[in-house]
Design a protein around this ligand. Structure first.
Ligand code: PRP
Length: 214
């Protein structure tokens, strides 16, 4: 039997997803060992294996068919823009993509001036300002600690993820606008969806049932 390969986003999302798979009777040998450096775990009996990847790489593995399925945040799906099917909202990993900054930046944001927007998500930010706000902005790509940018004067605002809001609060920033809600999604390779439709649809149905029970 051919393996069904599932790409997981390393970290909390992977742990929550492995728990969910366990609830539908799919356990991957060794995956629950928090000290392990292993990247791939399989369940030989069921012909399913899981591997751990960085979030932005999950849509890449799925698009190329190196993974049949992937579990990844909607932020990453939107940012990467790969040709993959999004088939299920898992409901966890909930947060919001927002435009944030000091309250004083609201005026610049609404003035139509060419402001600077720092972000780890240049495509999402570009799309939001161009297609929804019809505003030209300068996008500055950063790789983390995005909240620093307006504080030290790199940009007027940021486009970033807000979960509890504590990073913003502790740094004197606020949500100025909401771009979209985010949560973890199941994505599927387009060829796998045809070739392995029975096994994949069965998996999706069981995951859905487990989510409805909780
Ligand atoms: C994310 C995001 C915010 C923070 C939001 O950063 O970029 O900085 O979490 O969470 P909160 O609303 O609960 O405070 P992450 O911790 O992933 O690290 P990063 O700065 O390296 O992107």
């Amino acid at each position: 039997m051919r393996y069904i390969t599932v790409a997981l986003t390393k970290g909390r999302l992977a742990r929550q997803t492995l728990d969910l798979f366990e609830r539908i009777g799919i356990r991957a040998e060794g995956a629950d060992d928090s000290r392990t450096r292993k990247l791939i775990f399989s369940n030989e009996e069921l012909g399913i294996r899981f591997f751990m990847a960085k979030g932005p790489d999950v849509p890449t593995y799925v698009a190329y068919g190196a993974a049949d399925l992937g579990i990844v945040g909607r932020d990453t799906i939107l940012e990467e823009g790969r040709k993959i099917y999004e088939v299920l909202d898992l409901g966890y990993g909930r947060c919001r993509m927002c435009i944030c900054g000091p309250e004083s930046a609201r005026e610049a944001l609404n003035s139509g001036d060419q402001i600077r927007v720092a972000t780890k998500y240049p495509n999402i930010a570009k799309d939001y300002f161009l297609n929804r706000r019809h505003q030209t902005v300068e996008i500055i790509k950063l790789n983390g600690s995005i909240e620093l940018a307006p504080i030290v004067g790199l940009s007027e605002v940021i486009c970033d993820i807000v979960e509890t809001g504590s990073t913003l609060r502790e740094n004197g920033l606020a949500v100025l606008e909401e771009v979209c809600p985010i949560s973890a999604r199941v994505v599927v390779n387009q060829v796998s969806m045809k070739m392995e439709s029975e096994r994949i649809n069965d998996l999706i149905t069981r995951l859905k049932e487990a989510l409805n029970e909780s």
